[in-house]
Design a protein around this ligand. Structure first.
Ligand code: UT7
Length: 336
């Protein structure tokens, strides 16, 4: 018999250092007005020299464990969705496992760019449904600031750093992760990419390749078009798989890339403003972290009121896209 699952915790790891649009006006030929009207972004948080992807992931993990009130020793598996890990190995997931003392947990990283958290949630869910594991930590963590060309106004204004985490637990007889849906299209992968400088560019001896080759490159307009078509398709399919109608969704939590994309999808789906969860203005596009971070902030602000049907939808590099329908009931154990 397949076992159900539910989310019991959510956590955040956000760097303290804030970069405003006005700060960026000093770096590139841009303006606060252009960035706000084209993207909705006002600020983003950026890691300092002594911070890293794993540091943010560990912070989010500890926060989510506190929210769910579980013992790190009871965690069976840690999955970190990231495209900007500290190392090729050890994985960020193993660094988290060691730091939080999850002594019995398996750990691995998964890469599906900004859709990574939906992929990680989906993989975790399968381990629970088959009875293999009972408690899983799923984290999305990215530090795109380390892969941006800070002289390219097309990309450097968009991204912020951060980590967000979910605890998912087996829940026999009360399945609350109602569906997941994953897609990819490698044929359009060139539209947004970060080449890996060492393996993509063979070089002689120990001479490192030019740093510029590892910067993020993006065709913004094409990704915009892709997003506004992929999001409704993923939502509709995830709702069908969950046996609910689009009208049953209480809150939409889309990948936080651009407020215009979020608003356009909301208007296509006839959603009200209060059903839209968005923190892109404060944190920018935090890639794999963006969905759990948006949920975390909305819960803190009292915007999401459990129990609620939440529709999570992601899109990004790969290309990848996907969605998950979740009945959210989790309340922070520290406020109980
Ligand atoms: O996680 C997935 C990641 N990516 C996305 O979701 C990105 C999706 N795409 C977008 O969000 C939008 O396409 C952008 C915000 C990236 C760009 O907005 P746009 O309305 O599509 O602008 P555009 O690319 O058509 O550029 C319009 C103009 C161009 O000037 P010209 O060629 O018309 O003279 C750009 O050079 O705006 C210029 N521009 C800027 N101007 C001031 C581009 N970036 C900037 C900037 N400041 N930062």
């Amino acid at each position: 018999m397949l076992i159900g699952a539910k989310i019991t915790g959510v956590g955040a790891g956000i760097p303290k250092s804030i970069v405003t649009n006005q700060d960026l006006e000093k770096l590139v030929d841009t303006s606060d007005e252009w960035i706000r009207t084209r993207t909705g972004i006002k600020t983003r948080h950026i890691v300092k020299e002594n911070e890293s992807n794993s540091k943010l992931a560990i912070e989010a993990a500890i926060d989510a464990i506190g929210y769910a009130n579980i013992n790190p020793n009871d965690i069976d598996l840690i999955i970190v969705a990231t495209s900007t890990p500290d190392n090729l190995y050890p994985s960020t997931a193993c660094l988290v496992q060691g730091a939080i003392g999850a002594s019995h947990a398996a750990a691995f990283d998964l890469e599906a760019a900004c859709t990574g958290i939906i992929y990680a949630l989906s993989v975790g869910l399968e381990f629970i449904k088959t009875g293999t594991y009972q408690k899983i930590l799923v984290i999305g963590a990215d530090v795109h600031s380390r892969f941006l060309d800070w002289e390219d106004r097309n990309t450097c204004i968009l991204f912020g750093d951060g980590a967000g985490a979910f605890v998912i637990e087996a829940s026999p007889g009360d399945n609350q992760i109602l569906s997941t849906y994953l897609r990819s299209d490698g044929g359009r992968g060139h539209l947004i990419c970060i080449p890996n400088s060492n393996s993509s560019f063979p070089h002689e001896g120990s001479k490192p390749p030019e740093a510029v080759k590892r910067f993020l490159k993006m065709n913004g307009k094409a990704i915009y078009e892709f997003a506004i078509n992929a999001i409704p398709e993923a939502l509709k399919t995830a709702c069908d798989k969950a046996n609910i109608a689009l009208g049953d969704i209480d809150y939409l939590i889309p990948h936080q890339a651009n407020q215009r994309i979020i608003d356009s999808v909301a208007s296509k789906l006839n959603l009200k403003k209060e059903q839209l969860i968005s923190n892109v203005a404060e944190v920018g596009n935090t890639s794999a972290a963006s969905i759990p971070l948006a949920i975390w902030q909305a819960l803190q602000a009292g915007q999401i009121k459990p129990p609620a049907i939440c529709a999570l939808v992601g899109f990004g590099g790969g290309l990848t896209w996907g969605a998950s329908i979740i009945k959210w009931t989790a309340i922070d154990s520290r406020n109980r």
